[in-house]
Ligand binder design. Structure first.
Ligand code: HEC
Length: 231
């Protein structure tokens, strides 16, 4: 740089100086200077050669040497890993039925105790524990008119809306299996095939049943098939 003087008549010097200042690189802090090109190329070369050396000499293969592969623990949650294939049909129906029961619990209560005078109990109910066919009919098409559950009367306006349109045969099978084996109840499984047969036989039915209409099914079990294999 030219010496600083108060008066420099040589204007061409200034002209030369400005482009030179512009070309100047900004100061880099020590330790953050970019590495020279040859260092970068050398590092790349080492990485490539080192990698191929691992594959050739040390027989490294990512599929077999993946350090994370062996660390994958089995998922402990029930019902995962292929939709619950590891659960037996009963366990699976109970698990899914419990979820579907959310629909019923609003009326029959989570405890299955119902509400006196309004919603009959499922816990210890002679209906629930009686023939499976009557229960399937109740859930498919609904129920109204006076009934007696555990000796208590349930009369209008107490009515159960049909669930056949919202629930599949499998859903109904699951939820009935669930209520027959919850709240202290102990009963057999209701299968999808049982529900299917009743739905098919009553497909013309558009109105809820009355208790009296279903009396004849009180002890009738729906045509029983072997429980389907777990899905
Ligand atoms: C909107 C309220 C409501 C919902 C939701 C409901 N129910 Fe009911 N349920 C009733 C009423 C009310 C009766 C009694 C009807 C009568 O008095 O004729 C009844 C009767 C029954 C009965 C026969 C009586 C007994 O207590 O054992 C069964 C079984 C039953 N419901 C099961 C279910 C299942 C399973 C679900 C869910 C899929 C369900 N209900 C959803 C209100 C409901």
């Amino acid at each position: 740089m030219s010496s600083p003087s108060a008066y420099n008549p040589d204007t061409t010097d200034l002209d030369r100086l400005h482009p030179a200042v512009k070309r100047e690189k900004i100061d880099v802090a020590p330790g953050t200077e970019p590495s020279p090109m040859w260092v970068i190329f050398l590092a790349l070369l080492v990485a490539v050669l080192g990698g191929s050396q691992l594959g050739n000499v040390a027989n490294f293969a990512f599929e077999t040497s993946n350090p994370l592969a062996g660390a994958k623990l089995p998922d402990p949650r029930p019902g995962t890993g292929g939709g619950g294939a590891e659960l037996d049909p009963m366990q699976l129906a109970m698990k899914k039925g419990a979820a579907t029961y959310a629909l019923c619990g609003g009326c029959h209560q989570g405890s299955g105790q119902g509400v006196p005078g309004a919603f009959p109990p499922l816990a210890g109910s002679d209906w629930v524990m009686g023939g499976t066919e009557r229960n399937i009919r109740v859930v498919l098409h609904g129920l109204n008119g006076p009934i007696k559950v555990k000796g208590a009367d349930f009369t209008a306006p107490s009515a159960m809306p049909p669930q056949g349109a919202v629930l599949s045969d499998q859903d109904i099978a699951n939820v009935l299996t669930y209520v027959r084996n919850s709240f202290g109840n102990k009963g057999g499984m209701v299968t999808k095939e049982m529900v299917q047969k009743v739905r098919e036989a009553e497909k013309a039915r558009a109105t809820p049943w009355t208790g009296a209409e279903l009396d004849k099914y009180a002890d009738k079990d729906a045509a029983a098939d072997a429980p389907p294999a777990a899905k």
